[in-house]
Design a protein around this ligand. Sequence first.
Ligand code: NAP
Length: 272
Amino acid sequence: MQPKKFGVIGHPIGHSLSKVMHTRVFKEMNLPHTYEAFDVAPENLEQFIKQTDLAGINVTIPHKVEVMKLMDALDQSAKDIQAVNTVKFDETKTGYNTDGIGFLESLKEEGISLANKNILVIGAGGASRAILTSLKNSEARIFLANRTRQKALDLNEQLNLNATVISFDQSTFEKYLPTISIIVNTTSLGMHPHEDASPIPKESLKPNHIIFDVIYNPLKTKLIKDAESIGCKTISGVNMLVHQGAQSLRIWLGIEPPIQAMKEEVLKNLSN
Ligand code: NAP
């Protein structure tokens, strides 16, 4: 088999979980391919995309939006989310976004159905946009809260979500949370180095809430720890990270990657 080269581009790129995760897949599946992390400054993005000999890349901060202009074609996922996190290079350069599928697959893996559920998405940034897009065709009723309320209202309109936009404050959460089944944190509240922060006070959580925090650093955010302590089912950002990566591999190589091995590798590297 012809070895192919893959990679992730970002700036800064630091210690890349994508690199260890994808390298593990190639090892596990006895594939000759390689995966590297590339620190690409914004001023070098265009040249990198034009000249690379890679067969596929993942794209991370700050290039997810800018890279769209450099594509020959955009998959519907990238058009909907208005950002690219996966590029396939063959005769053409095609941009995809796998974050939404990563979110849905994480729920599916846990056997969680969205049918007739009330889901509260907190945050209105890039991760929220991907998740909301993936929820659009589900049977869930969407509630949306963001610190900057106008951004939530704009997102609701742009994506034609028909969501209920609620205020980002404790008394509003107290009012709505008893009707909510799934709470998704897409804000950076609780992310390293602000580990003490959480978007929802512990007192507002109930044991029947399912808590999905897209943050994976730390592995257990305050929100996840609070939820676990009262018996809620929880899902961490690691699951979404793994499933969005798995979808990139399906796009590049048409393979069905080993999800558990990917998760194990990410967890090993996060706990280092
Ligand atoms: P983003 O576009 O910058 O959006 C950040 C969001 O957080 C906004 O809604 C912002 O509210 C809110 N926020 C920030 N600080 C806040 C505070 N102090 N109080 C209340 N709200 C606050 O970022 P993003 O790309 O969506 O990423 C968000 C998180 O998701 C990061 O932790 C990232 O690592 C994670 N993520 C995980 C995955 C995965 O695969 N697991 C994928 C993508 C992202 P305002 O609008 O009011 O500023």
